[in-house]
Design a protein around this ligand. Structure first.
Ligand SMILES: CC(=O)SCCNC(=O)CCNC(=O)[C@H](O)C(C)(C)COP(=O)(O)OP(=O)(O)OC[C@H]1O[C@@H](n2cnc3c(N)ncnc32)[C@H](O)[C@@H]1OP(=O)(O)O
Length: 409
């Protein structure tokens, strides 16, 4: 098996391999979307060839930015287009591709790789852990009545209502740069969110509303007329389905949700891609009018330089933790002393007794604060060496809010 880096000339070969792996056809758009592969970066692709020169496996990566807890922006490899022909599976082709790709990512100076997993059992062995989760919120329109925010009673307290903003409903093609600009501000303020490079918007790659698929878009503007939120939606058979509600301001989210819930001639509203713990349910007089469903893992994270990754993210509590991290796929095992002081972390090799022993994939799962280390202790994956170690790790790794990602790639 030979792994070769791709160039622009290999595009059709790579697309043929990955589409055959999925049993799909190159020219078929993703569900309701465009051609997902149009933004592919061919200088980051890999193809696996048999000894007689037949391409049988593929992998690619996008150059993305990921927002870490604390609002830190990190460059990451967004792994995608992974596939092995049905005729050549379970012979180590993917393993060879992953090994080469992780080496390449490290060589580029990126300390994190991320991906969306087609099947959950594939990537743990390569050091990835599920780090963000997403859900659908299904609302029964006629039952979903907003409650009066209780904090409003406190003089001077911020309200959860958008007082001065306005909303305009546009067609997708009338939005110009608005969606790109609003998305960019939102993702910078949201731990777990990925940037959408400009070329994704210009090429219409991915899923609606990045693609030019027909949609209505409710655009929210602040009192100065600056767009600060949008909800992209379509209506069908009595259901309004929102592809994504993008804003970093809870009051704007509420205003957009109200508009969606006020849509005549529908009985049900489905807000796709919301954090599973989104406060909207709490804002209703009848919290059962909203059901959280389709809860699933979204972004998987793989640490490639553990000290750098731990130093990079923000921390909201001081403390010390010794982590013994095993990385069997890369054949590395190291012990680190993580010290957080004033929100700033230091991370150095140590001989001290560990507080926790864990696989690098479990470190990926807890890295953004989306899963508490104690959950993985209880699951039998992370070993806590003394009482209190898991609680300490929980307190340290917790982020200001659940990390959330909705970019599809
Ligand atoms: C980020 C993305 O692009 S996600 C898209 C992933 N691609 C797909 O789902 C397309 C359809 N599937 C495929 O193309 C292939 O089955 C792949 C890419 C998932 C796996 O490729 P393979 O070359 O068969 O993997 P490889 O032989 O290296 O397997 C390594 C190990 O992972 C295991 N493994 C591989 N795929 C799977 C799977 N889908 N489920 C469970 N275990 C798996 C193998 O059994 C093997 O285990 P072992 O080391 O204990 O023997």
């Amino acid at each position: 098996m030979e792994i070769r880096a791709t160039t622009d000339e290999d595009l059709s070969v790579l697309l043929d391999v990955v589409h055959a792996a999925f049993g799909r056809f190159t020219e078929t758009p993703v569900d309701g979307g465009g051609l997902w592969w149009s933004a592919i970066e061919m200088d980051r692709g890999l193809l696996a060839y048999t000894p007689d020169g037949r391409p049988v496996g593929s992998a690619a990566a996008y150059s993305f930015e990921l927002t870490l807890p604390g609002g830190v922006i990190a460059p990451v490899a967004g792994v995608s287009a992974v596939g092995v022909l049905p005729s050549h599976r379970r012979q180590g082709v993917l393993s060879a591709l992953m090994r080469q790709q992780l080496t390449d990512v490290r060589n580029r100076g990126e300390f994190l790789a991320v991906l969306l997993a087609s099947e959950a059992p594939i990537y743990q062995r390569f050091g990835y852990g599920p780090a963000t989760y997403t859900a659908h919120l299904t609302l029964q329109r006629h039952r979903a009545v907003f409650d009066r925010p209780r904090a409003r009673a406190t003089p001077g307290a911020p309200t959860t209502e958008s007082r001065t903003g306005s909303i305009e409903v546009l067609r997708r093609e009338q939005c110009g740069q608005i969606l790109e600009e609003v998305y960019d501000r939102y993702r910078r303020a949201t731990p777990g969110a990925l940037g959408r490079p400009h070329r994704w918007w210009t090429l219409g790659a991915g899923a609606p509303p990045v693609t030019p698929t027909p949609r209505y878009v409710a655009v929210h503007r602040d009192g100065d007329g600056v767009p600060n939120g949008y909800a992209s939606y379509s209506v069908d058979s009595g259901t309004v389905t929102v592809d994504e509600t993008i804003t970093s301001d809870d009051t704007v989210f509420t205003a957009l949700a109200r508009l969606i819930l006020d849509h005549d001639l529908v009985t049900q509203c489905v807000l796709k891609h919301v954090p599973h713990d989104h406060p909207l349910r709490w804002q209703l007089t009848d919290c059962r009018a909203a059901q959280v469903d389709h809860v699933g893992d979204w972004l998987w994270v793989r640490l490639l330089d553990i000290p750098r990754a731990l130093i990079a993210r923000g921390w909201s509590m001081d403390g010390e933790l010794v982590l013994d991290v095993d990385d069997p796929f890369l054949g590395e095992r190291n012990r680190y002393l993580l010290t957080v002081q004033g929100g700033q972390a230091h991370c150095v090799p140590t001989e001290r007794e560990p507080d926790l022993s864990l696989d690098v994939s479990d470190l990926g799962a807890v890295y953004l604060g989306g899963t508490a280390p104690s959950t993985l202790v209880r699951a039998g994956h992370i070993r806590a060496h003394h009482q209190g170690a898991a609680a300490l790790a929980d307190a340290l790794f917790r982020a200001e809010r659940s990390p959330h990602c909705l970019h599809w790639f």
